[in-house]
Design a protein around this ligand. Sequence first.
Ligand code: GLU
Length: 298
Amino acid sequence: MRKIRNIAAAGIAASALFALTACNSGSPTGETGGEAPEQEVAEDVALEGSPTYDAMVERGGPVIGVKEDQPGLGYLDVTTGDRSGFDIEIARWIAASLGFEEGDISYEPIASANREQALVNGDIDYYVGTYSITDQRKEQIDFAGPYFETGQGFLVSADSEMTEVSDVSDFNGMTVCSATGSTPIQNIKENYPEIKTEEYDIYSQCVEDVLSGKVDAVTTDAAILIGYAAQDPDNLKVLDGLFTEERYGVGIPKGDTALLEHINTLFTDGGDTWQEIFDSTLGQAGIEIDQPAVDPVE
Ligand code: GLU
């Protein structure tokens, strides 16, 4: 995979250090601290020709696939039962735009490797969780968006001598950990045969392995890694250097163009909502990025 340095990615790299310092005094629970905007629940929604929406109405609410171990993005506080993060607020915004209250929503935690199948099976209506738009995934499902852009980075123990990564091959001979079925693990396996890999369903297990010294690094999207480092800045750090371009989309069942266009219109005509959601979640970690334009419908 080609190494891409885009403006958005560079922005994240530059602010990552600030994020780590800024979050030293932050909550250890993974809450990002901001007050998410209240979403106005739409009335008289008419979404013609969307079988997914029809199923949501019949059921009395959407089933949304999410992550729940990614602080700042998709996080479940097991003591309070509260869900927080940028992806969760995007998911809530979509639900409200379709006429559903928070109490109508069922959240379904789905690991990276199982997302397409969950959508194909109809187990979930849509998925919001650090889900990169790729051509391979588009063979099975559709993506609304993108609604965020980041790139592949590396998280190491705070006492590691490394401070930056100039090329992914810097990890040759070392062991890096990532989630099964994710784009970062595919990148490593396909393009860097001299890097050893460890895989789990979820990234928090990789973080445990960095803390215990079992692996040298966790690799995935920088936005995810910054969330883990912010939770435990004494023991973890994100290295400078971003690779690949990860554009997050909302996964929806293939062929539901009405739902796809509804979500894209929400992102395009949503006024300040995207910014308010961002400021109350990832923005709290010092990340600076603009909302990307949505892709044209193919
Ligand atoms: N954005 C990447 C992907 O969709 C990595 C994060 C994840 O596993 O959710 O594969």
